[in-house]
Design a protein around this ligand. Structure first.
Ligand code: NAD
Length: 407
C-alpha cells in the first residue's frame, strides 16, 4: 500500500511543475511543524490495562490555528496522520478560512470497545494533548469513526482541565454542547455546492448516475443530497461490501436495511458486488467517501466514471491520477470537494468565540458562497495553467500559505 505522506509530497512536487513557487517553501512545507506521539492507558472492562497509540500532527499554522479531525482506525499510523495534516493545511487555504492544518488519530478499532472504554480513550487523548491544543492553538474535530458524542467527551475533559468552557477548542460538537447547525451534513453539503458549480463545466449531464464508496458521515449524506437533487444512485458500499443497480437504488431502503442488519449484504433489489467492483460500475460521478489509496495504479484503468469527486481524503494516488487523466476522467480533488466540513467547523469555532448561534440557513448561505467561489476560482486556474483541478487547487493553496509565511 502506498504511503499517503509520500503521495502528498509527490502531489506538492507535481503542483510545482505547473506553477513555480520557492524551493524554500517546498522544503519547509514538506515537514510538519510538530509531530506528537502519545500513549493512552485505558482500564478495560475486564480489568486489564491496555495502552493505545495516539498521534497529533501540527503541520502548518501560518494562516491560523492548526485544524483537523481525529481518526480512530485500526490501520491509522503516523504516515497517514501526517498526510492528512498536510492536506488540511492546503484545504483550509483552498476554502480561504483562517486556519492552518493538523490531524490526529488513535490506532484502534472502536467497534471493539464498549462505550465506557471509548469514553476513557477519548478523555485520555485530551489529557495527553491538553497543553498543545486550544482555541487559538489547535482545534480538533471528528473524522473517520469519531462523532459528536466523542467530541462532547473531549470538550468536557478540556474544560475540566483548563477552565475554558467556551467550547472553541473542538468542533463537530453536538448542538446542545455548542455545536453548529449544519456541521453534521456540512462535508457532503459543501461537496454538493462544489459539484453544482462545476457540473456543466465538467461536461456532466443534468441527471447523473452516481456511485458512492463509503456509507458514513460523508458518503451516506452525499447519497441523500445527490438523490434529492434528482440524480440516480447506482452503487453504494461500506467496509464490508457494495450494492449496485443501474436503474437506481432505493437509497432510503438501503440505509434502513443497513441500520436494521448492520450491513448492506442481503438487500433485495440490487446486485451485491465487491468494493473493487464498485469502482468499475459505469456512472457519471464516482464519489469515494471512505479512506485513502482506493484508486491506485493497479485499478485506476477500471474506473467506470466520467468524473471522480473526492469526498474522502487522499482516495486517489498520484499514479492513478495520471491514468485517469490519460483516460479523460476528471478528478475534483479532496482539498476542494470535502472542504465544506472544515469550513462549517470554522463557523462553529467562530460562533463559540463570539458566543453566537447561527441558524442552519445562515450557515448554508455562507458555505455555498465560499464553495462556489473557490470551485470556480480553481476551475479558472486549471484553465489558465492548462492543468488538472488538483494541481490548480494546490497552486492556489500554496500561493495563500506562502504569502502568509512571507515567502
Ligand atoms: P465515517 O466513519 O463516518 O464513515 C466511513 C465509511 O467508510 C463507513 O461507512 C465505512 O464502512 C466505510 N469504509 C471503510 N473502509 C471502506 C472501504 N475499504 N471501502 C468502502 N467503504 C469503506 O467517516 P467519514 O467522516 O464519512 O469520512 C470518510 C472520508 O471523508 C474520510 O476520508 C474522511 O477523512 C473524509 N472527510 C470527512 C469529513 C467529515 O466531516 N466527516 C470531512 C472531510 C473529509
Amino acid at each position: 500500500m502506498s504511503n499517503p505522506f509520500e503521495n502528498a509530497l509527490s502531489q506538492l512536487r507535481r503542483a510545482k511543475a505547473v506553477q513555480d513557487f520557492p524551493e524554500d517553501f517546498l522544503t519547509r512545507f514538506s515537514t510538519p511543524d510538530r509531530e506528537i506521539h502519545i500513549s493512552i492507558p485505558v482500564r478495560m472492562d475486564d480489568g486489564s490495562l491496555k495502552i493505545f497509540e495516539g498521534y497529533r500532527v501540527q503541520h502548518n499554522n501560518a494562516r491560523g490555528p492548526y485544524k483537523g479531525g481525529i481518526r480512530y482506525h485500526q490501520d491509522t499510523d503516523i504516515a497517514e496522520v501526517k498526510a492528512l495534516a498536510l492536506w488540511m493545511a492546503l484545504k483550509c487555504a483552498v476554502a480561504n478560512i483562517p486556519m492552518g492544518g493538523g490531524k490526529g488519530g488513535v490506532t484502534v478499532n472502536p467497534k471493539n470497545l464498549s462505550d465506557r472504554e471509548l469514553e476513557a480513550l477519548s478523555r485520555g487523548w485530551i489529557q495527553k494533548l491538553v497543553d498543545v491544543i486550544g482555541p487559538k492553538k489547535d482545534v480538533p474535530a471528528p473524522d473517520v469513526n469519531t462523532n459528536p458524542k466523542i467530541m462532547a467527551w473531549m470538550v468536557d475533559e478540556y474544560g475540566k482541565m483548563t477552565g475554558d468552557t467556551s467550547g472553541a477548542v473542538i468542533t463537530g460538537k453536538p448542538i446542545d454542547h455548542g455545536g453548529s447547525e449544519g456541521r453534521g451534513t456540512a462535508t457532503a453539503q459543501g461537496g454538493f455546492y462544489v459539484f453544482e458549480a462545476l457540473q456543466e463545466k465538467l461536461g456532466l449531464p443534468e441527471v447523473c448516475r452516481v456511485s458512492v464508496q463509503g456509507c458514513g458521515n460523508a458518503g451516506q449524506i452525499a447519497a441523500r443530497l445527490w438523490e434529492q437533487a434528482g440524480h440516480k444512485i447506482v452503487a453504494i458500499s461500506d467496509s464490508r461490501g457494495a450494492l449496485a443497480n443501474q436503474e437506481g437504488l432505493d437509497r432510503e431502503a438501503v440505509i434502513a436495511h443497513k441500520e436494521a442488519t448492520g450491513s448492506l449484504s442481503g438487500f433485495a433489489g440490487a446486485k451485491e458486488i465487491t468494493n473493487e467492483e464498485l469502482l468499475a460500475v459505469p456512472c457519471d460521478v464516482l464519489i469515494p467517501a471512505a479512506l485513502e489509496n482506493q484508486i491506485r495504479g493497479d485499478n485506476a484503468d477500471r474506473v467506470g466514471a466520467k468524473v471522480v469527486f473526492e469526498l474522502a481524503n487522499g482516495p486517489t494516488t498520484p499514479e492513478a491520477d495520471d491514468i485517469l487523466f490519460a483516460k479523460g476522467i476528471l478528478v475534483v480533488p479532496d482539498i476542494l470537494a470535502n472542504s465544506g466540513g472544515v469550513t462549517v467547523s470554522t463557523f462553529e469555532w467562530e460562533q463559540n468565540l463570539k458566543n453566537e448561534h447561527w441558524t442552519e440557513e445562515e450557515v448554508f448561505i455562507k458555505l455555498k458562497e465560499i464553495m462556489e467561489r473557490e470551485a470556480l476560482g480553481i476551475y479558472e486556474k486549471s484553465q489558465a495553467l492548462h492543468t488538472d483541478l488538483r494541481r490548480a487547487a494546490f497552486s492556489i493553496a500554496i500561493e495563500r500559505i506562502a504569502k502568509a509565511m512571507g515567502m
